[in-house]
Ligand binder design. Structure first.
Ligand SMILES: [Zn+2]
Length: 255
């Protein structure tokens, strides 16, 4: 399995990061993708793959909840990183109007700029979208083309929303521990959406799946997401693993 959205570079893992990686490998995780958060997390992001180079790939971007009126300075710092490091995606980027609507226009502008980078550098987008589906689609539509591609991470939407996303370019949907929650009826739409459009992820340390809900999440628990999808699709976990791993390899260009 590939955990396509893991934040094990954050301080929540400072005490036991090597154990977390060992447990992930034991659970059958072969690779993890680490999306940056903002300018304060760049150093810790770079540190983790330097210790586990074959196991980790990085994404660089500015997260929507970190967008303020000073976004130009932050974007300049983020942009500078691409000349010094190798990344497999632009992320995480997107729009989040759940916590705060103050910077909605700034969030749109920051997303636009990072979509331009994605097209220019031919790297997929890792999109975080919370209470801002229409706004995000509106921005992406300005760039609609064959080269527009990426993943809507932490997808919990409808089949119709999935179709809207797929109409914009080459997009996958990232499924995490939320799919294991009791009230997650949205998962009934997944067979219609199709396994060939899905990626596995954890978003750790957040969104811990059942049976560890309430505890810190980690990449090994992507196994519970894989097993839940096997149940939802009525197929074996091996097939879910194989299809989603190939989807992730193709999107991020990893071996
Ligand atoms: Zn994230």
């Amino acid at each position: 399995m590939i955990d396509t959205h893991s934040h094990i570079f954050l301080e929540e893992f400072d005490g036991d990061r090597s154990d977390v990686i060992a447990r992930a490998k034991m659970a059958g995780v072969q690779h993890i993708i680490l999306p940056n958060v903002d300018v304060t997390t760049i150093d810790s992001l770079h540190e983790t793959p330097s210790l586990y180079p074959a196991f980790c790939s990085m994404a660089m971007g500015l997260h929507p909840t970190s967008v303020t009126e000073n976004y130009s300075e932050d974007l300049a710092i983020i942009r500078e990183q691409f000349s010094q490091h190798k990344y497999v995606a632009i992320g995480e980027v997107g729009m989040d109007l759940y916590w705060d609507k103050t910077f909605v226009e700034q969030q749109k502008e920051v997303l636009r700029e990072q979509v331009r980078w994605s097209l220019e550098m031919n790297l997929p987008l890792i999109l975080h979208v919370r209470d801002a589906f229409d706004e995000t689609i509106e921005v992406l539509r300005e760039f609609q083309c064959e080269k527009l591609r990426g993943v809507f991470h932490s997808f919990t939407g409808t089949a119709e929303e999935a179709r809207t996303i797929f109409s914009l370019g080459d997009f996958k949907l990232g499924i995490n521990g939320v799919v294991t929650f009791k009230k997650s009826d949205w998962r009934d739409a997944l067979p219609e959406i199709g396994l060939e459009n899905l990626l596995l992820e954890t978003d750790c340390p957040y969104l811990t799946p059942v049976p560890y809900r309430g505890k810190r999440n980690e990449s090994a628990y992507v196994l519970y997401v894989c097993e839940k999808l096997a149940e939802v699709f009525g197929i074996s976990a091996d097939v879910v693993d194989e299809v989603t791993t190939n989807n992730a390899k193709r999107l991020f260009g990893i071996q």
